[in-house]
Structures are given as C-alpha cells and as structure tokens.
Ligand binder design. Structure first.
Ligand SMILES: Cc1cc2nc3c(=O)[nH]c(=O)nc-3n(C[C@H](O)[C@H](O)[C@H](O)COP(=O)(O)OP(=O)(O)OC[C@H]3O[C@@H](n4cnc5c(N)ncnc54)[C@H](O)[C@@H]3O)c2cc1C
Length: 461
C-alpha cells in the first residue's frame, strides 16, 4: 500500500492508538485517530483520588503482554505499579482458602484431582489443541491456525488442526469433552469475575486465547503487571509519543464509502480518507444511555456488515468505586467464587484494593448483570445488590465516588463461532476500504486488542 495512504482510525483506546504506533513503525504517517471522548484510553480509565490513580477499567497485565511491552518501549515507560495480591471470601463474607488442602481436609481428593486435571489440560493444549493460543480467530472454526506465535519475536505460524473446532463449544462443554471439568475452578477467577461471562455460554476459544496456560499460571502465581499511574497512563503516553495524537471530542455523524474513498463527517465537517480502521463497537444490540453506538448505525453499512455484526453481543459489566470508614476498609482484594455462577447474577464477584499502604483510598467492585439465558438485571438493582453484598463482606461502602456500566467484551456465541463468523469477517477486511479491529476481533483485553492491531497492520499495510 502507498505509504501516503490517508488512514482514518476510529477510537483512541488501546486498539486505535496501537494501530497508529504500528503504522508509524511501518512508515505510514498520514493517519488520523478520532476519539469520541475527551480522553484517550477507552476502557483503560484511571481517574485520580487524593493524588493517586485508581482503576475504573483495566488493571493488570502479564509478562506475555508483548504488544503492551512494545508500547512501553516506544514510550520509555514500564509497569511500575503496586504489587497485586488477593484473598477469597464465601458468599457469607467469611475468609476462605479454597486451594489450601490443610484448610479443606474434606476437599483434599477434589483438590488432588483438580491438580491432575490441570496438568493434563496443559498437555492437551500443547498437543491436541496446538495453535489454540494465537491472537485472533482466523481459521479456528475450520480446524486451522494462522497467525503469529505468542513470543516476543511473534514468528508467523500456520497449520491444520481439526481439533481446534472444539474451541467453538462453550468452555464448560469443552472441559467436559476433555475430562478436565475441575480446571474451571481455577480458570473462573480471572475469567468470570473479570466480566467475561459464564462458562456455560462463552466459547472456549475466547477463554483460552486470553487465559492460555501460561497466562493462567501467571495469575495463579500472582506474577502480574500493574502501572503506578494506572493503565490509562500507558495509552496517554503512547498518544503523546505518536506523530498524530488522537483528536479528542470527535463526534462522527456519518461515514460514507464510495469510489474508493471514505468520507467521514466529524463535528459537522466532511473529511476525505482512503482507508478506515474501526476499533469502536461494530454493533450494540440495545440502546445505551452513554451515547455509544455500533458502526452499523453511522456508517453506510452494507448488508454483509449488518448481517454479521448483528450477531455480536456484549457483557453488562458494572464497576463502582467507593470509599469506606477506616475500620471498614478491606485488608486486601477479595474474590467471591460463590458469586461467579449464573444463579448469582448481579452479585459482587470481586472487589479490588489497589493501594495497600493507605486506607483513605478507593476500592472498586465488579458485577455482571446479564447471562445469555436470563433477563438483564436493571442497573440500579445490581448496584444495590453489590452494596448489600459489601455489607455482608464486612466492608460496607460509605460513599460511591464513581461508577459506570461498561460496553464490555463484545463476542459471538458458539453457533456463530462454529459457523465461521470470524472467517467471514476476516474475508471482508479491506473490502469497503474498511478494516475491523478492536476487542471483538480478538479478545477484550489490552494486549489482545493491541496485538490484533499489530497483526492487521502487518497483514494489510
Ligand atoms: C472493569 C474493567 C477491567 C478490565 N481489566 C483488564 C485487565 O486487568 N487487563 C487487561 O488487559 N484488560 C482489562 N480490561 C479490558 C481492556 O480495558 C479492553 O479490552 C481494552 O481497553 C480494549 O481496547 P479497545 O481499543 O479495543 O477498546 P476500548 O478500550 O473500548 O476503546 C475504544 C475507544 O473508541 C472510542 N469510541 C467509541 N465509539 C466511538 C465513535 N463513534 N467515534 C470515535 N471514538 C469512539 C471509545 O471512546 C474508546 O476510547 C478491563 C476493562 C474493564 C472495563
């Protein structure tokens, strides 16, 4: 592609900003990033309370976050945040140690079985499911893998592996099929409580591309990265280091693609581009109060775009930031496994104490309020349930100082996944001078989205 190609990028989150970085690395400088909000970072949102930044969105990374590491290198920053640690409570608010045999004498046989199954699972992923952990979903539904190795060098890898078709199954079924049901006890912590849905509804592909074996072991060993100034700082820094920082407060009214050009009406004026990369939501099935819209609503969307993107659903994931009385401040972050099942929809699944050295700081809570097979719990109801749970946990909130309901983890379900949804969308890349990136194309975490942008640039520019 001509290095002077005029490229419009929609969205100044990790996917859009890293697309800018990788385009620059390849010699493309004629790009423009349009961001709807008055800040960059998207779901990496780290506001300040009493001089310290807390996390309303992304919190942590792992050592295999190679794309995030590229960004750190580009900007000369590092993961210098507070060390994470956590404990566990049951739904009654008692501290428990679910993985400690001495504290669970009766559960020893189950714990031993779980350990054996984890080992077996690791071996199966390496052998039977070779190629399972590549970024993106190209070829998976057809039993192929095609992408770049999850290594710092990201070597190109391709191959045939019919077993990969199993990844379309909900994770629960996938585990049952492989005789490793108990691994869910470990995978659920960094999966469901992090808002990525329930194991009976979400295809194994998403679970395992994010929580590949190595990443899960990093969670188990709490070998995690955080950033002192919050994850938003990564993207603020990147934005500052780009030749063309994002244009904030960009209200895109219309996008028309005709005669090989892309016309974007932004803040009342029409701008002309050659190509457009969309990292903003492609489709939102319901009306949202925060003004976010799917691209099909403001683009001259074609029938194939409308048909495919209307299959996307997302998680209703709510975050509240609260203050406590000093005597009610939690000692540490807590996971509540009892509340990570669909029957406990809307309840508090995890609460996070970021700053261990101070008690006059913010604690954040996390809850899901939609399961595929049940009605959405209204926002206010869920908010109250979480407040009540905090009382049960012996850490009642004094005041909620920030909150949001996130457009979170867009994905498709098993039938569409198995039907080759991803290969159909991948075949459309560039078709209308339009490229699709961001969370839905890979997975809803910082690294998978940034890595997808890297690969998109590698493949098409
Ligand atoms: C509570 C929470 C916890 C999380 N924890 C982690 C974690 O610990 N580790 C991790 O790696 N990830 C975590 N994530 C996920 C991570 O933040 C996201 O996956 C990542 O930010 C996705 O990047 P993105 O650029 O694809 O999308 P987004 O971050 O959503 O960015 C999209 C951008 O597009 C903009 N936009 C939308 N519509 C338009 C429009 N019409 N015009 C212009 N701009 C538009 C948005 O304002 C936004 O800035 C968490 C997220 C949340 C909310």
């Amino acid at each position: 592609m001509d290095k002077n190609t005029r490229i419009c990028i929609i969205g100044g989150g990790p996917a859009g900003l890293s697309a800018g970085m990788y385009l620059e690395k390849k010699g493309y400088f004629n790009y423009t990033i349009l961001e709807r909000l008055d800040r960059v970072g998207g779901k990496c949102w780290s506001p300040t309370y009493k001089g310290r930044r807390y996390e309303m969105g992304a919190i942590m990374g792992v050592p295999s976050y190679y794309a995030v590491h590229d960004v750190e290198e580009f900007c000369g920053i590092t993961h210098d945040g507070p060390k994470l640690n956590r404990n566990y409570k049951n739904a009654k608010g008692d501290v428990i140690e679910p993985f400690e045999p001495k504290k669970n004498i009766l559960k020893i046989p189950r714990l031993l079985k779980m350990k054996r199954q984890i080992k077996k699972f690791g071996e199966l992923l390496e052998t039977k499911y070779q190629g399972y952990d590549l970024n993106g979903h190209r070829g998976v539904a057809e039993g192929r893998y095609d992408g770049y190795a999850v290594t710092p060098g990201r070597e190109r890898v391709q191959g045939i592996n019919p077993n990969l078709k199993d990844l379309a199954l909900p994770f629960k079924e996938f585990c049952a099929k492989n005789g490793v049901d108990l691994v869910q006890d470990v995978w659920i912590g960094p999966y469901t409580s992090f808002g990525y849905g329930y194991f009976d509804e979400i295809p194994a592909a998403y679970v395992l591309k994010y929580l590949d074996f190595q990443t899960t072991m990093n969670f188990v060993k709490v070998n995690l990265w955080t950033w002192k100034n919050g994850t938003q700082y990564i993207w603020e820094q990147l934005n500052d280091h780009l030749k063309n920082p994002a244009r904030l407060n960009s209200n895109i009214e219309k996008v028309e693609r005709k005669d090989g050009k892309v016309y974007v009406t932004v803040n009342g004026a029409v701008e002309e581009y050659d190509k457009i990369i969309v990292t903003a939501p492609l489709y939102i099935p319901n009306k949202r109060t925060d003004g976010q819209k799917g691209m099909v609503e403001y683009f001259d969307a074609r029938d194939d775009e409308k048909k495919l993107f209307s299959r996307i659903d997302y998680e209703r994931y709510d975050v509240q930031a609260f203050l406590t009385k000093p005597e009610n401040h939690p000692e540490i972050s807590y996971y509540v496994f009892d509340n990570m099942v669909p029957e406990k929809l809307g309840h508090l699944m995890v609460y996070y104490r970021r700053w261990r050295d101070e008690i006059d700081q913010v604690i954040t809570t996390y809850a899901l309020r939609k399961h595929r097979n049940s009605a959405e719990i209204p926002y206010e109801t869920c908010r109250q349930m979480v407040q009540d749970d905090l009382k049960t946990m012996h850490n009642p909130a004094e005041e909620v100082i920030n909150e949001w309901s996130v457009y979170y983890f867009p994905h498709v379900f098993s039938a569409d996944y198995a039907d080759g949804w991803y290969d159909k969308v991948e075949a459309m890349q560039g078709k209308y001078d339009t490229f699709y990136a961001g969370e839905v194309m890979s997975f809803g975490d910082m690294d998978e989205t940034a890595e997808y942008s890297r690969e998109l640039v590698e493949r098409f520019f």
